[in-house]
Design a binder for this molecule. Structure first.
Ligand code: AP5
Length: 190
């Protein structure tokens, strides 16, 4: 049976993984199952095997052609997964040489999502979440730069909708209101 394919995006530290995990817990109690896939983890496994990075945060500094190759291999592997699939990834990746499309044509052609979700919140909240997360090597950037990245993601998502016919849904994951964003995502995934 053809399942639903949902892509969840958001700038680093916006809390997309947190929202996904909570939504999947709720859905499980209702008997709705999703295969949850982290696109970056697929890329990282290949990059580690090829000995080109030590941690996942290094991937966005790799040469564009290398990132593209990793993207392609991840998309091809993910396309093989059947049933309801939820893919945790990025609408765009901020590299030292500019924004790299996270879902270019060669990725979308493989996955053909039904919905792309943009998880967003206030730029200052994202900045604070990044500053307090000691487990990752987050990019050092101010809230104006985070705002630019969130705006760019909306623009590029429009292009993805044009290419695939998918819908685009924005979800706000505000401080102290995690329940609200989880409930919105759960409704989409049901
Ligand atoms: P990825 O693994 O996706 O890393 P990331 O972008 O850093 O995302 P995280 O999962 O770390 O952050 P998050 O937004 O999910 O936030 P979290 O839930 O942890 O990607 C890694 C790399 O892979 C990329 O850099 C890129 O190189 C590569 N990649 C991936 N996809 C790609 C693609 N398509 N093309 C090319 N490259 C690709 O939460 C953060 C913090 O906020 C936590 O402390 C949490 O407790 C807190 N928090 C969350 N929600 C709330 C709330 N409502 N209130 C208060 N605190 C909250």
């Amino acid at each position: 049976m053809q399942g639903k394919k949902v892509i969840i995006t958001g700038v680093p530290g916006v809390g997309k993984t947190t929202v996904i995990n909570e939504a999947l817990k709720t859905l499980k109690t209702e008997g709705v199952e999703y295969q949850s896939i982290n696109f970056g983890s697929f890329m990282f496994e290949v990059a580690k095997k090829d000995n080109i990075v030590r941690d996942r945060d290094q991937m966005r500094t790799l040469d564009r052609a290398v990132q593209k190759r990793l993207q392609q291999r991840a998309a091809q592997a993910i396309a093989q997964v059947s049933g309801n699939v939820l893919i945790d990834t990025h609408a765009s990746v901020k590299t030292p040489k500019g924004y790299l499309a996270g879902l270019p044509e060669w990725v979308l052609r493989e996955i053909m999502p039904d919905i792309i979700v943009l998880v967003e919140t206030d730029n200052d909240q994202i900045l604070m979440r990044r500053l307090t997360d000691e487990t990752r090597s987050r990019d050092k950037e101010g809230s104006r730069s985070i705002a630019e990245h969130q705006e760019f993601n909306r623009s590029i998502a429009a292009a993805y909708a044009m290419m695939t016919g998918c819908t685009i849904k924005m979800i706000t994951n505000a401080d102290f209101l995690l329940d609200r964003s989880v409930s919105e995502l759960t409704d989409i995934l049901r």
